[in-house]
Design a protein around this ligand. Structure first.
Ligand code: FE
Length: 157
């Protein structure tokens, strides 16, 4: 009986820890919200785990064009390449594509809008949204990403 109770608690907690990502989905990297909170700064936790948005023109990667790879701030998964970054003038780092299969899309119905949300495919942390007003000469997509959701790994020469 005691074992069954513990088991039920475990199931409840593991589902609950996913409440800020796709409901019920267990990602390859799954941690309790308490653990994420301890590992991330307040701003990072707000954006990555609570689906917040950093103020436009405030992020460190908004006007940043060095060669390298952008990785998930939460788990280190490679998400975007500098070759695909462009200046959308939106105030957020923008890319015309992701590293295929490394970013997952979800339907976001918050704030009275229907948008396509982007999360890290490995840990489910929030990155931003994708829109169809990107550069026409390439993909036409604008991956609008929060700087605080990213880390940068420079290309080695
Ligand atoms: Fe991640």
């Amino acid at each position: 009986m005691r074992y069954a109770t513990l088991l039920l608690c475990g199931v409840f907690l593991s589902c609950n820890s996913q409440s800020n990502s796709e409901k019920g989905k267990i990602y390859e990297i799954s941690k309790s919200e308490e653990t994420w909170k301890a590992e991330l700064s307040e701003a990072e936790y707000y954006v990555l785990r609570q689906k917040g948005t950093e103020p436009p023109f405030s992020g460190k990667f908004n006007k940043f064009y060095e060669a390298g790879t952008y990785v998930c701030r939460a788990c280190g998964h490679a998400l975007f390449l500098s070759d695909h970054k462009y200046d959308s003038r939106s105030g957020w780092p923008s890319f015309d594509r992701d590293i295929e299969g490394h970013v997952e899309t979800l339907t976001d119905r918050s704030h009275g809008m229907v948008r396509t949300e982007l999360v890290c495919a490995r840990c489910g942390s929030h990155l931003g949204h994708v829109f169809n007003d990107g550069p026409r000469e390439t993909t036409g997509k604008r991956y609008c990403i929060n700087s605080v959701s990213l880390d940068f790994v420079p290309k080695t020469k």
